[in-house]
Design a protein around this ligand. Structure first.
Ligand code: NAP
Length: 256
């Protein structure tokens, strides 16, 4: 018996990184999984690699989370091909880091569009199904950068916006059997943080070592660390928890 037997989980931005790690954990625990990502073939390739349990299915769906038509078509495809939707993880993300005076309007709009508008559109499309069946689990991926991070005015605003969205949906959707929570990761070793290392002209291993040193548990995080927290919040064990943001960050936000 897996915690997600008979459930359908949709994870955005799951062709790689934290999203793929999370999709893997849902699959291991019995869910059918839809991997939503910009590139349909990358999503399908990732779906084909999932460790599904007997009777479960996986599909890759090409969709842009910041485009409402694409989102609605994506959710309808999931419902048609996997037979429903029970869990939504809003994970898709990008960075366009720069100090405010160098940040362009496009950098702002793109980041807000993927993280914040993307979570809004995906949740709006999924909630119709959740409300009808009086069951749904939403987990949004925020970040420790929500608390403020130099060079990330756009990303930080979007990630704190996600926490406000999470609290509000906790209030609005709770009466319909829907739990909405967020996970705020610290440094997680993925292509996103490798790209940051490249931008800072640092070697990837050195960048990871510096980030490991900076937190109390003295290691970097991995997608599996975030997957464990997301799956707990998406499980029925967490049905009395809603509107919360769980920091999974090796303690870096505790201060010294
Ligand atoms: P990642 O490796 O860069 O993966 C992000 C995925 O999202 C990529 O597959 C990307 O596709 C996809 N994506 C981008 N824009 C999209 C869109 N409009 N519609 C659908 N999919 C889209 O990133 P990650 O490190 O796994 O991060 C996952 C989430 O965790 C993000 O929300 C990120 O902000 C958050 N987070 C990460 C860290 C960290 O340390 N890694 C820390 C805190 C929070 P393409 O490759 O085609 O662009």
């Amino acid at each position: 018996m897996g915690r997600f037997d008979g459930r359908v989980a949709v994870i955005t931005g799951a062709a790689r990184g934290i999203g793929f790690g999370t999709a893997t954990r849902f699959a291991e625990e019995g869910a059918s999984v839809a991997i939503v990502d910009l590139d349909e073939s990358a999503a399908a390739e990732a779906a084909a690699k999932l460790p599904l349990t007997e009777g479960a299915k996986a599909i890759g769906v090409g969709a842009n989370v910041s485009d409402s038509a694409s989102v609605e078509a994506g959710i309808e495809r999931v419902v048609a091909e996997l037979g429903g939707i029970h869990i939504l993880v809003n994970n898709a993300g990008i960075t366009r880091d720069n100090l405010l005076f160098k940040m362009t309007e496009d950098d702002w709009d793109l980041v807000m569009g993927v993280h914040l508008k993307g979570a809004f559109l995906m949740t709006k499309a999924a909630q119709k199904h959740f409300v009808e069946q009086k069951y749904g689990k939403i987990v949004n991926i925020s970040s420790i950068s929500a608390l403020g991070n130099r060079g990330q005015a756009n990303y930080s605003a979007a990630k704190m916006g996600i926490q406000g969205l999470t609290r509000t949906l906790g209030i609005e959707l709770g009466p319909f059997g829907i739990n909405t929570n967020a996970v705020a990761p610290g440094f997680i070793a993925t292509e996103m943080t490798d790209a940051t290392a490249a931008r800072l002209k640092l070697d990837v291993d050195e960048f990871r070592r510096l980030n490991a040193e900076a937190n109390p548990v003295k290691r970097v995080g991995f997608p599996a660390d975030i997957a464990a927290a997301v799956c707990f919040l998406a499980s029925d064990e967490a049905s009395y928890i809603t509107g919360q943001t769980l920091y999974v960050d090796g303690g870096i936000t505790l201060g010294t």
